[in-house]
Design a protein around this ligand. Structure first.
Ligand code: PGA
Length: 305
């Protein structure tokens, strides 16, 4: 007789989930070891089982090429001081590489606050002048990494292929990729936005297993809304987010696609965050301008207070 055994979730599984965004995905029945149970509470990890629709809200700040070390420390300390006891959400700060270590120090031990990088390279080490490896990011305290931002696609030749290589490398190293997709104004005006985003999603996720797809975060950032003050309306954003979730489902399955957080980015600010996050498929934001002021960023983190 074959007995179906339950999946055993151990202490190390919880620890690795806490480093990569606080979500542990499984579609099997499971039991926790006593140590894992303790760690679950201590590290605020959530187990997503069998298509649970509980997605953690993620408010991520993309500082872009702003902030010297001193300014970065000041900003991150102010954000750390205002985080409070958050449970159903996390905040991620993505400073420039030069400030990663100092920001890591300033936010160390703060509940719900994580560090991310703005880019990554897909090789482990070697003669790649000016590039940064995943191990370097991890040793600087990162658990997240933005990949394929439209500014990198536009100014630095990033393509769906390089995005895919970077996503695979990030996942191999247990960094959570925040994969950016989004259409330009011209593409939207010529009604090509769905095809453009579909191609970016299938390119970024090409060759990934379902388990790996469950670990990614996607950011929908219409290029025409980035840094322009123009925001997609909640209806426009929701329609695209639902479409992205469908695409993710077609590359994995419905359970996995329900567990993937899809963030909106493009002039998100305290005055429009509520309407956007009220939408069923919008699970947080990737924020540029408004992440550079602690007061505004904290208003976004505590958008429902
Ligand atoms: P923005 O930038 O909030 O300044 O529009 C968003 C982004 O580029 O990630």
């Amino acid at each position: 007789m074959i007995k179906k055994v339950m999946k055993l979730i151990q202490y190390v599984d919880i620890l690795s989930a806490s480093r990569t965004g606080g979500k542990l995905f499984t579609d099997e029945k499971y039991v926790l070891t006593p140590l894992a149970k303790e760690a679950l509470k201590r590290h605020n990890v959530e187990i997503l089982n069998g298509g649970s629709s509980m997605r953690k809200i993620i408010i991520a700040g993309n500082w872009k090429m702003n902030m010297t070390n001193d300014a970065a420390i000041e900003l991150s300390k102010a954000v750390a001081a205002g985080m409070g006891e958050v449970k159903d959400r996390i905040a991620v700060m993505c400073p420039p590489f030069t400030a990663l270590s100092s920001v890591a120090g300033a936010i160390s031990g703060v509940n719900g606050l994580y560090l991310g990088a703005q880019n990554i390279f897909y090789e482990d080490k070697g003669a790649y002048t000016g590039e940064i490896s995943p191990d370097m990011l991890i040793s600087s305290g990162c658990s997240f990494c933005i990949i394929g931002h439209s500014e990198r696609r536009k100014y630095f030749g990033e393509t769906d292929e390089t995005v895919n290589k970077k996503v695979k490398k990030a996942l191999e190293k247990s960094l959570t990729p925040i994969i950016c997709v989004g259409e330009t104004l011209e593409e939207r005006e010529s009604h090509r936005e769905l095809n453009v985003v579909k191609k970016q999603i299938s390119g970024a996720l090409s060759g990934l297993s379902k388990d790996d797809i469950a670990k990614v975060v996607i950011a929908y950032e219409p290029v025409w809304a980035i840094g322009t003050g123009k925001t997609a309306s909640p209806e426009q954003a929701q329609a695209m987010h639902a479409y992205i979730r469908e695409q993710v489902a077609s590359l994995s399955d419905a359970v996995v696609s329900q567990s993937v957080s899809i963030l909106y980015g493009g002039s998100m600010k305290p005055s429009n965050v509520k309407g956007l996050l009220a939408c069923a498929d919008i699970d947080g934001g990737l924020i540029g301008g408004a992440s550079l002021k602690a007061e505004d960023f904290l208003k976004l983190v505590h958008f429902d207070d």
